[in-house]
Ligand binder design. Structure first.
Ligand SMILES: Nc1ncnc2c1ncn2[C@@H]1O[C@H](COP(=O)(O)OP(=O)(O)OP(=O)(O)O)[C@@H](O)[C@H]1O
Ligand SMILES: [Mg+2]
Length: 242
């Protein structure tokens, strides 16, 4: 369920790329608070600043001005090392084109981050990986390589990988962009379940307003600013069957 526990808090965030005539004001003063247990969909036209916003929340890019707090920790002005630590401890990304490692199997791709970050080891790690693959309906494909799977299956592996790291904040940039509508809906249902059951905050950037019905909130981004926020009764996730 949604709670009032704040996971991320942005205040007056701006982002300027480039200099002089090449200057682009990608974000023009964004205020936003994100809570545990909610799915937030970010909608907006191409070039409106959605990816920039997501990358700033995730500490991949730094704000030009303003304040970005994740779990009470200020990102703006931090060193690269400190940012990497905050990211590692709080955040998982899901990208449009999955970013799986082609030479690792599905299970190895899911395993790698919790293992490298010493979140789990031994039997605990193995059961985390099994559970995450089962959650996306791919337990039978654990030994397959990405090249042996469909686009939708690869995206589900990428989501299993994010789930296995058990982050407070899951940031997804067009996670359904390469999927058909039905698979996209199933991916959203899965994200909704992980938010509600495990108290995560899941942010999903998309062009596709068709999947936004499953969000608790819809943030409309236009020209680098938040043009509106819809709070809605999220359409409940049906049982996901792959
Ligand atoms: N590294 C960069 N250098 C210069 N300008 C950039 C850079 N990244 C983004 N921009 C500009 O900032 C603005 C916002 O870009 P952003 O990628 O956030 O848009 P978006 O909403 O994610 O678009 P899309 O839906 O096409 O992915 C655009 O005008 C873009 O050209
Ligand atoms: Mg984008």
């Amino acid at each position: 369920m949604m709670s009032s526990e704040t996971i991320a808090k942005l205040a007056g965030v701006t982002k300027v790329y480039g200099k002089g005539e090449a200057e682009v004001e990608a974000l023009k003063g964004v205020d936003l608070e994100l809570y545990a247990g909610e799915v937030v969909v970010v909608l907006g036209p191409s070039g409106s600043g959605k990816t920039t916003l997501l990358n700033i929340i995730g500490g991949i890019e730094t704000a030009t001005s303003g304040s970005v707090e994740i779990n009470g920790q200020q990102l703006v002005g931090q060193s690269a090392e400190k940012l990497a630590t905050i990211r590692r401890d709080n955040i998982a990304f899901v990208f449009q084109f999955y970013n799986l490692i082609p030479t690792l199997t599905a299970a190895e791709n899911v395993r790698i981050i919790p293992e490298l970050t010493h979140r789990a080891s031994g039997a605990d790690l193995s059961s985390r990986v099994d559970e995450a693959l089962a959650a996306v309906g791919l337990q039978e494909r654990a030994k397959n390589f990405p090249g042996q799977m469909s686009g939708g299956q690869q995206q589900r592996v990428a989501i299993a990988r994010a789930i296995a790291t058990q982050p407070r904040l899951m940031l997804c940039d067009e996670p359904t962009g390469a999927l058909d509508l039905e698979t996209g809906r199933q991916v959203l249902e899965l994200l909704q379940q992980t938010a509600g059951r495990d108290g995560r905050c899941v942010v999903v950037v998309t062009h596709n307003s068709g999947i936004a019905t499953m969000a608790n909130r819809i943030i409309h981004v236009h020209g680098g600013a938040i043009a509106g926020v819809d709070t809605q009764e999220a359409q409940p996730a049906s049982r996901v069957s792959w």
